[in-house]
Design a protein around this ligand. Structure first.
Ligand SMILES: C[S@@+](CC[C@H](N)C(=O)[O-])C[C@H]1O[C@@H](n2cnc3c(N)ncnc32)[C@H](O)[C@@H]1O
Length: 379
């Protein structure tokens, strides 16, 4: 399959409008600036003129819900790292500066430039406007992402935008090639999708597998998504649906040939243990195919990341791995590659390649294979 990499990269690149790399990077910088400006507006309301405040005092003034405290910490760290917030040796936060003004003054201009739909632009704007309420848990990010139970905004985030368009084509091509290769040995080919959610990636894949011998297990944490998927994918009788928590339920799953996960694996409490469990689950010669964001966008710190706060009593993602103590949600690309290898999987080069304009988004497709020692020369 590795020989197909350049062909798959070409198909994915051809499926999206041509973008200029500089333009894309500039628009992403503006998106960060809008996110930072929203953080600064809120934090400023908690700082007193001429004195410093501790993180606890800021949290108290903003009435931050305990489960979102990690996000406030992450904001303060981000502002400090960017030189926008001064911190004294005794951890007092003082002078706060505005970030540089974005070139594109309106968030919807930035989003349009990046090929994000008006729904996604509205979600970002609404989240920024409601930040104080999101922090207090008086508004839930789910209410903004799924207005009236509608999936359009979530689909705009995970499917109908250039970078996810590129990645979904690449995933589809990898999965269909892997299915054909594995089906020559046994059928049906067992596919397990983790955190399939609104099915942003599923839809493209199952359409491409319509005539292949597959058993496709669509899973998520929530029945809300399973019910919608049952209605949506009635054309594919080989699809099954189930609740599966990747932090808990993998040891109980039957072996499979392909594990698929789009924007999900960062929910691991321990990414290394998760990859080891996935290695265990895969049959020899099986594939792990996943999409992950490897760059922490400031706009996500004031929107999507509210979805990442554990429920009371739960454990925050990354508590027990390379992210411990950083409040990061996303692992860097080299961290994933190192952990894949440590788990015994063999990763291919990621897509999009570094010289593709969409690489600036930081989202990557990882494909890794479990060795097949039963075959002569099996890797
Ligand atoms: C960012 S969404 C991605 C949805 C979908 N894969 C897509 O690309 O359209 C993340 C999904 O992961 C699910 N999820 C969160 N924590 C999980 C866990 N511990 N185990 C399994 N799924 C989880 C959520 O319910 C949500 O549907």
């Amino acid at each position: 399959m590795s020989t197909d990499l350049s062909e798959i990269a070409r198909l994915a690149a051809d499926s999206v409008p041509t973008t200029d790399g500089r333009h894309c990077a500039d628009a992403l910088e503006d998106l960060d600036r809008h996110g930072l400006a929203a953080i600064v507006r809120v934090v400023r309301t908690a700082l007193h003129y001429n004195t410093t405040q501790t993180e606890d005092e800021i949290a108290e003034r903003l009435r931050v819900a305990p489960r979102h405290r990690w996000l406030l910490r992450r904001w303060l760290r981000e502002l400090t790292a960017r030189g926008l917030l001064e911190v004294t040796p005794d951890d007092g936060y003082g002078i706060l500066r505005d970030p540089p003004a974005p070139v594109r003054r309106e968030l919807r201009e930035v989003c349009a430039e990046l090929g994000f739909s008006p729904q996604l632009a509205r979600f970002f704007a609404q989240s920024a406007d409601r930040l104080p309420l999101l922090l207090r848990d008086r508004v839930l990010a789910q209410e903004l992402l799924f207005p009236d139970g509608d999936f359009l905004t979530a689909e705009a985030a995970y499917r109908t935008n250039p970078v996810n368009g590129y990645l979904n084509v690449a995933v589809r091509e990898f999965v269909s090639r892997a299915v054909r290769e594995l089906a020559a040995d046994h059928a049906p080919v067992r596919i397990l999708e983790l955190g399939a959610g609104v099915g942003g990636t599923t839809a493209d894949i199952v359409a491409a597998l319509a005539h292949d011998p597959v058993d496709y297990h669509f899973t998520d944490l929530s029945n809300f998504f399973l019910a919608a998927a049952r209605d949506r994918f009635t054309d594919y009788p080989w699809m099954r649906y189930g609740i599966l928590d990747l932090n808990r339920d993998l040891p109980d799953q039957p072996p499979c040939d392909i594990v698929l996960a789009a924007n999900v694996l960062h929910n691991a409490q321990n990414s290394g243990e998760l990859l080891t469990a996935l290695h265990e689950l895969l049959n020899p010669g099986g594939y792990l195919i996943f999409v992950e964001s490897c760059r922490e966008h400031c706009q996500l710190l004031v929107s999507m990341h509210f979805l990442m706060s554990a429920r009371p009593g739960g454990t925050q993602p990354g508590q027990h791995d390379v992210r411990a103590g950083t409040d990061r949600i996303f692992l860097h690309e080299n961290e994933w590659l190192t952990e894949l290898t440590a788990a015994g999987l063999t990763p291919l080069p990621t897509l999009p390649p570094a010289d593709h304009p969409l690489a600036a988004h930081g989202q990557r497709l990882f494909v890794a294979r479990k060795a097949d020692r039963t075959r002569p020369g099996g890797r």
